[in-house]
Design a protein around this ligand. Structure first.
Ligand SMILES: Cc1ncc(COP(=O)(O)O)c(C=O)c1O
Length: 362
């Protein structure tokens, strides 16, 4: 079975981890600082702090913005539950919004309708690495936390995603563009926020007492992160090559919908997602029979509005997307043979009759 995801680990990664272990300084240290410098330069940011996860980075972003009980934060319903968890850590009220069918990210029109006097931030994540309409959302004048957990390496025009947010967070979880097992980073151009985040991230040997966190990243992870980051450009190029082959394989099948971003966007193809005329389970089973692990990236029950018991009718685009979208394997560690196998399966993807539901987003 071709697995849906797999990290690319080479001898340089192994050597990086080994050198930290041999040096005996395995907590946060010089590798964390190097990693922060490299990512902040890449994302045109100024202050950076490695964290133990993307969720920890989200939590710190909310703390930097002083978001507290009763404050409202707008976020997409078509997102990982980590977003909801971080909002609940600080007692904020998640105000969920439907997505734009073209980007699968927050719709600026829907966001505008959700703004109230209590809105303190908008959490914008780029689903599957496809750039959301972040500039239009920023124009609404509310602080934006940009979540590039899935979007490291994507670009909007000449700018990298992650360079837009007032605060930006990354994840280096095992399945992400660069993987350290667990890990994350938070970045900003704002000095006061940068200093506050560094202060909150560790608790030891402080003159004053306040609640602080143990959110730092070990040098073992950071050295691996640096080694992975040095391959990011190649990783993205390889993913784009594979995506181009998948798109060619689907070219004759006009009933299959794919997402490649809008004009000027250069997605990283963290995921290659498609939607046919039938519900995802049919396609997942079809790929399984071909020896390919395809998944529904967010199943309907995982939609954040469903977790919160809100009416699905108020989130029609996310509901439709969750019913139909399938994600097929795409990652740099795939062999030529595996890529060929997925291409063949895509080429032969069954097309149901016109009585079935047409494309997700028309
Ligand atoms: C968009 C998004 N944000 C945040 C996170 C949380 O990152 P982590 O798993 O590193 O805590 C994830 C996790 O997959 C994610 O997909």
């Amino acid at each position: 079975m071709i697995s849906h995801n797999q990290p690319f680990i080479d001898s340089k990664d192994l050597a990086a981890v080994q050198s930290v272990l041999q040096g005996r300084w395995i907590a946060e240290g010089k590798w964390a600082r190097k990693f922060e410098k490299a990512i902040s330069k890449y994302l045109h940011q100024k202050y950076a702090q490695c964290t133990s996860s993307g969720t920890a980075a989200l939590h710190l972003a909310l703390l930097a913005l002083k978001i507290k009980k009763g404050d409202e934060v707008i976020c997409s319903t078509y997102a990982c539950t980590a977003l909801l968890n971080a909002l609940h850590y600080v007692g904020a009220k998640p105000v969920l919004a439907d997505i734009d069918g073209k980007t699968l990210g927050l719709s600026p029109v829907t966001v505008k309708k959700r703004i109230s006097r209590k809105t303190k931030a908008i959490l914008v994540h780029h689903a599957f690495g496809i750039p959301a309409d972040i500039q239009k959302i920023q124009a609404l004048g509310i602080p934006v936390i940009e979540d590039i957990a899935q979007a490291l390496g994507s670009r909007r025009g000449s700018r990298p995603l992650g360079s837009f947010g007032d605060l930006t967070i990354c994840s280096f979880f095992a399945t992400k563009m660069i993987a350290t097992g667990y890990g994350g980073m938070i970045l900003t151009k704002n000095r006061a926020w940068g200093e506050k985040i560094r202060d909150l991230c560790q608790y030891d040997r402080r003159r004053d007492y306040k609640v602080r966190y143990n959110y730092a990243l070990s040098d073992i992870h950071a050295a691996l992160g640096m080694s992975q980051f040095q391959k990011l450009t190649k990783f993205v190029a390889r993913r784009r090559q594979i995506a181009a082959r998948y798109l060619r394989a689907l070219a004759q099948n006009s009933s299959i919908q794919t997402w490649i971003g809008r004009k000027g966007d250069k997605p990283n193809f963290y995921r290659f997602i498609l939607a046919g005329r039938r519900k995802y389970a049919h396609d997942v089973n079809y790929f399984k029979r071909k020896g390919i692990q395809a998944i529904s990236p967010i199943e309907p029950y995982q939609l954040l509005h469903r977790y919160l018991g809100l009416n699905p009718r108020n989130f029609p685009v996310a509901e439709a997307v969750a019913q139909y979208v399938v994600s097929v394997p795409i990652y740099p560690a795939m062999s030529q043979n595996q890529i060929r196998k997925v291409c063949q399966a895509l080429q032969n993807l069954p097309v149901p009759g016109p009585s079935c539901t047409p494309g997700v987003v028309s």
